[in-house]
Every structure is written in structure tokens, then in C-alpha cells.
Ligand binder design. Structure first.
Ligand code: MLT
Length: 264
């Protein structure tokens, strides 16, 4: 396989193209409900595309130094391969960081922006140090054992999350490799502040956040919405960081609102 390769895509529907980018350390499967439901009963309300990010799910990691810019460029390769000129780019958490890198690097390919449970500010030093600790630990152990517990304790899910959903999230995390986890942690630690990038966005935007998101809380969502100027902010009650998984119907309603604004 030549690398970087074109990410494998799963897609459904016709209409406004929407690329959804997943959180750390999950995979594109976290978007199953969006892939199935967002195109609507007639299938023409959205063309939803999902991809695994480097090293996760079915994607190879490659040997380039960690950078979310590379993942943003992978998204462009996906658009080129699927014949899409401009798309709504949406991401949750790490996927949101990639969506902001995409916005910085490829603004001409952006039809709309969806930022869910993510933040535009850089990590404080303790958070960067913690990312390096996790990277070293998983590589040294050659295992992602305990990562799911650590992430769940950090607040991936709200206090009232369905135990079956928690089990599904644990399974997805357990499928990640130490190499991908370390690479992504280092790439996230290196990401720049994106508030200036958001201030320059002229396409419709939406910001979504779970009320109990402790990882990228409401204050961060407000900062992004304020920087964007013309963004709709949706706070989903009673859920945590993985709001699209915990409350797919409310999440999808917010995305539909954005797609309508883009389609006008
Ligand atoms: C995620 O959900 O993608 C991560 O928690 C993001 C992060 O570690 O900043």
C-alpha cells in the first residue's frame, strides 16, 4: 500500500456532503447512528461520510511524525476520491481538532463547520504532560489496557449514561493500538490555538456540547461559538463528552439545522 493512502469511506445518502470525524481513541463506528439517520427517510437530506483517522479502526498509521494537519490532509484526499468539492466538516473532540486543522489548511473546501464537544484553545502544560505520560505508558506496556477506565473516569460519558453504551465505548477503545494512541496524543498536544481560524470562517457553523462534558466543557463551546460569530450553540441536557452517542436524536437535530443553513 502506498502511504498516505485514501482513507476508506463509509457513506450513506445524497444531498449536502457531511464528513464526520471521530473522537480519541474511538473509530468511525461511533457515527453509526448519524450515518444511518441523518440522510432522512428519503435519503436525500445529507450525504454522510465517515472515515477512520490514521491508526484507528481499519486505517494504517504510517510513519510520519504526529500531526493533526496530516489527518486534515487525509480528509481532502477523501473528498478528492469521492468527487466532492466542498463539504460540511464535523468532528467531535479530537475530530473537532482535525476539523479546525482542515479549516485552517483548506478553507476553500469547507461548506459548513460542526464542532462538537471540542475546544479551540491549546492544552495547558499539565494536560500536555499527561498526554506524553499516556503515550509512553501504552507504548511501554504495548497495551491500551486501563485506557478505557482512565478515559471513562475523565468523563467521556455523563453520569446517567446507559451501561450498554459504556460497554460499547470500552470495546471501541480496547480495539485501538498503543501506536495509534501515542501518535494521536502527541499530535493533539502539538495542535495550535484555533480561535483566530474560527474568527475567519464565513460558512454556516454549529457548536454542540453535552451539558456535563467535563473534558471540553461549555465554557470552551461558548468561546468557539463567540469566535465564529454566526454559529448556533446547542447544549444537550444531561449528557457528557460523547454527546452524539449519548443523545443521537438531539445531536442529529442540531446537525440537521446546520445542513439546512448550508443548503439555503
Ligand atoms: C477525545 O474525546 O477525542 C479526547 O478526549 C480529546 C482530548 O484528549 O483532548
Amino acid at each position: 500500500m502506498t502511504f498516505p493512502s485514501i482513507p476508506a469511506v463509509r457513506e450513506n445518502g445524497t444531498g449536502v456532503p457531511l464528513v464526520l470525524l471521530h473522537a480519541f481513541p474511538l473509530s468511525a463506528r461511533m457515527w453509526d447512528a448519524q450515518l444511518e439517520l441523518l440522510p432522512g427517510p428519503s435519503g436525500d437530506e445529507a450525504r454522510v461520510l465517515t472515515m477512520d483517522q490514521r491508526g484507528f479502526g481499519a486505517e494504517a498509521l504510517g510513519d510520519e511524525a504526529p500531526s493533526l494537519d496530516l489527518v486534515a490532509d487525509d480528509v481532502v484526499r477523501l473528498l478528492d476520491a469521492t468527487g466532492i468539492d466542498r463539504a460540511v466538516i464535523g468532528g467531535l473532540s479530537m475530530g473537532g481538532y482535525v476539523a479546525m486543522a482542515f479549516t485552517r489548511r483548506h478553507p476553500d473546501r469547507l461548506a459548513g463547520l460542526l464542532l462538537a464537544d471540542t475546544k479551540a484553545t491549546v492544552d495547558a502544560e499539565p494536560a500536555r504532560a499527561n498526554r506524553e505520560r499516556i503515550a509512553r505508558t501504552v507504548l511501554a506496556r504495548d497495551s491500551v489496557h486501563l485506557l478505557a477506565e482512565e478515559k471513562i473516569e475523565e468523563g467521556l460519558l455523563g453520569p446517567a449514561a446507559d451501561p450498554q453504551l459504556a460497554a460499547r465505548v470500552r470495546r471501541m477503545i480496547a480495539e485501538s493500538t498503543p501506536q495509534a494512541v501515542a501518535w494521536a496524543q502527541r499530535a493533539m498536544a502539538d495542535r495550535p490555538d484555533s480561535l483566530d481560524v474560527l474568527a475567519a470562517v464565513t460558512v454556516p457553523a454549529a457548536v454542540v456540547v453535552g451539558e456535563f462534558d467535563a473534558i471540553t466543557p461549555l465554557a470552551e463551546a461558548r468561546l468557539m461559538a463567540d469566535a465564529l460569530g454566526d454559529a448556533q450553540l446547542t447544549v444537550i441536557p444531561s449528557v457528557g463528552h460523547l454527546s452524539s452517542l449519548e443523545a443521537p436524536e438531539t445531536f442529529n437535530a442540531a446537525v440537521r439545522g446546520l445542513l439546512r443553513r448550508v443548503g439555503r
